[in-house]
Design a protein around this ligand. Structure first.
Ligand SMILES: [Zn+2]
Ligand SMILES: [Zn+2]
Length: 329
């Protein structure tokens, strides 16, 4: 194409650049410029295109819409191309991001795949058609392109006896002193899918009851051991009751900045002096978010597992727990 007839080149473009600099930031000046360009040029259609382009690049608040429209168009185009790509790949499910897998089980599952009659191979004949996720565990569904058989490959053994991944993740989060939002951020950075907050709460509840049961059993066994040691050392009172030496203390978090603040929950424990094992522990809570929210909005409290078990002062929580411990001994 001749450089003079092509609108990319020639006098016009140079004029725009010069005028744009001169009238930078002024929309009135730009409108004036647009008019003058329209009258200057012979071919109207080419002119309009040109003017639009120039206006687009000028930093002025009134022309923000132009580049936005362009971006929207670009996005739509991008989506349509990726759809086309999917079609061409024979319905293969596209995976992205990272997953946690039980590596030995995962490789074993792949090696186990064998189809009688056809010597189908995993690498050549199997295609991934779906991924069914349950929190952090995945079931990858493969289809054999030769015999049409579907194969499920799990990220970990669904029948495993020990802690399942979702429970393990929840336990790890609690044991490192974190919460759901930290886990959410952590997995987002790792480009890994994460379960919802409601699921986290569900696993948290389950884990809590398991831990509670285990700790009750442990304290009961520790009590029996302490009693045995007391009898062996002849530490029995005149009525034949075993005398177990214990250490008791409570804790309550505080904040002081001009005013002294006490936390709404306190904890205390009784520890056997000989075995150094916990014989009793308890928590007092003055606050429950569900009860509090309901009372603020004057609504009926929905059914929930309420941890609020204290209404008196925060400082009295520790002594009350110790008293409860001695009563139950
Ligand atoms: Zn096959
Ligand atoms: Zn409550």
């Amino acid at each position: 194409m001749d450089s003079k007839s092509d609108w990319h080149y020639g006098k016009k473009t140079k004029t725009f650049l010069f005028k744009r600099k001169k009238n930078k930031g002024s929309i009135n000046a730009l409108n004036g410029l647009k008019k003058s360009i329209d009258t200057d040029n012979v071919e109207d259609t080419v002119d309009t295109d040109n003017v639009d382009d120039t206006v687009d690049t000028v930093p002025s608040p009134s022309n923000i819409l132009y580049p936005k429209e362009d971006e929207a168009e670009a996005v739509i185009l991008e989506i349509s191309t990726s759809d086309n790509l999917n079609d061409t790949q024979n319905d293969e499910y596209l995976l992205s991001g990272r997953r946690i897998v039980d590596i030995a089980y995962f490789f074993k599952s792949i090696r186990r795949i064998k189809h009688k009659g056809f010597e189908c191979s995993f690498s050549e004949n199997m295609t991934l058609v779906n991924e069914k996720r349950n929190g952090f565990s995945s079931n990858f569904v493969f289809k054999c392109l030769i015999c049409g058989v579907f194969e499920n490959i799990y990220s970990e053994d669904p029948d495993r006896k020990d802690v399942y991944i979702n429970m393990a993740i929840t336990s790890a989060v609690i044991n490192t002193g974190q919460g759901y939002s930290q886990l959410d951020e952590f997995t987002a950075i790792l480009d890994m899918p994460c379960y919802a907050n409601s699921s986290y709460q569900k696993y948290h509840e389950k884990l809590y009851s398991n831990l509670f049961d285990a700790s009750v059993d442990e304290t009961r066994l520790a009590g029996i051991e302490e009693v045995k040691l007391a009898i062996q050392n002849g530490e029995v009172d005149n009525q034949g009751r075993e005398l177990v030496t214990v250490v008791a203390d409570g804790a309550l978090s505080k904040r002081s900045h001009k005013t002294n603040y006490n936390a709404s929950s306190g904890v205390a424990s009784i520890i056997g002096y000989r075995m150094k094992k916990c014989l009793f522990m308890s928590v007092r809570n003055k606050y429950c978010v569900i009860c509090e929210r309901a009372s603020n909005t004057k609504q009926i409290v929905r059914e929930h597992k309420c941890y609020k078990n204290w209404t008196s002062t925060s400082t009295s929580t520790e002594s009350d727990i110790i008293v409860e411990g001695f009563k139950e001994s």
